[in-house]
Design a protein around this ligand. Structure first.
Ligand SMILES: Nc1ncnc2c1ncn2[C@@H]1O[C@H](COP(=O)(O)OP(=O)(O)OP(=O)(O)O)[C@@H](O)[C@H]1O
Length: 232
């Protein structure tokens, strides 16, 4: 079976630095990969390659067999970044609706409302986002990233800045996207949060996967100890 999201021998360098070095994996519909690794390991660069925002030096990425960065493949991706990139003079609703309209979502108004409710930010939807706390802005950014119902969801430290309610809304959303048949990649420093939403886990070091396995049967405490040992 063709994986929904597939990376084949991806390589990306910046000057002489190999940010991503020969990474291959596949994620089937309904699966989620939690991706761990220290600063500079190449996680963000890998997500940008998978989102079609950056070109690899060699190798390729594909969504349901369609090679990135073809626009119809890119349109199937949602990217949650730790930088919110919202228009801060627009309201939360305007930011999310704008994204829905750009994606040509039918009935953008009600889909926007649903996304805002899912992130539990609907009651603050009509104030400019610059007046919202960092945590609420992050929730709006997540609502914007999922408003077009992407079947590939890439999340770069999505828990950063969220309070407990925001974090639990995000976990609910990630699990819901999985059961709806999406393929997810979640980059996080928090091992337990990542493992809780993932079917597979990988560790990146210096551009390459040094561990990659199903999460089923993994013991979080042992995984954390082994992770620390890898970087000791
Ligand atoms: N646009 C760029 N220009 C030059 N070097 C870059 C660029 N983007 C990333 N790098 C370098 O590539 C390497 C991997 O960076 P990347 O941001 O992908 O790592 P990361 O695992 O996401 O780290 P962090 O957790 O700090 O975000 C780093 O050495 C970084 O300095």
């Amino acid at each position: 079976m063709t994986p929904l999201l597939e990376a084949r021998r991806l390589v990306r360098a910046f000057g002489t630095r190999q940010a991503v070095n020969d990474v291959s994996f596949g994620i089937a519909a309904g699966e989620a990969l939690a991706l761990f690794g220290p600063n500079g390991a190449g996680k963000t660069t890998l997500l940008r390659l998978l989102a079609g925002l950056l070109k690899p030096n060699s190798g390729s990425a594909a969504i349901a067999g369609a090679a990135l960065p073809a626009p119809h493949a890119r349109a199937r991706v949602g990217l949650i970044s730790h930088r919110t990139m919202l228009y801060d003079t627009l309201t939360a609703r305007e930011n999310v609706r704008f994204a829905a309209q750009l994606h040509g979502v039918p009935d953008a108004e009600s889909v926007t409302q649903h996304a805002l409710e899912q992130l539990r930010v609907a009651d603050r939807a009509d104030v400019p986002v610059r007046a919202l706390s960092r945590g609420l802005q992050q929730r709006v950014a997540i609502a914007r990233a999922i408003v077009h119902g992407p079947d590939v969801l890439l999340a770069d430290e999505p828990y950063t800045g969220l309070d407990e309610q925001g974090a639990s809304a995000l976990t609910g959303l990630l699990l819901e996207r999985r059961s709806a048949g999406a393929a997810l990649v979640v980059v996080t420093h928090a091992l337990s949060e990542g493992l809780a939403v993932a079917s597979h886990a990988a560790v990146m070091r210096a551009g390459s996967f040094v561990r990659h396995e199903p999460t089923q049967g993994l013991d979080v405490a042992r995984y954390a100890a082994e992770y620390r040992e890898l970087f000791a």
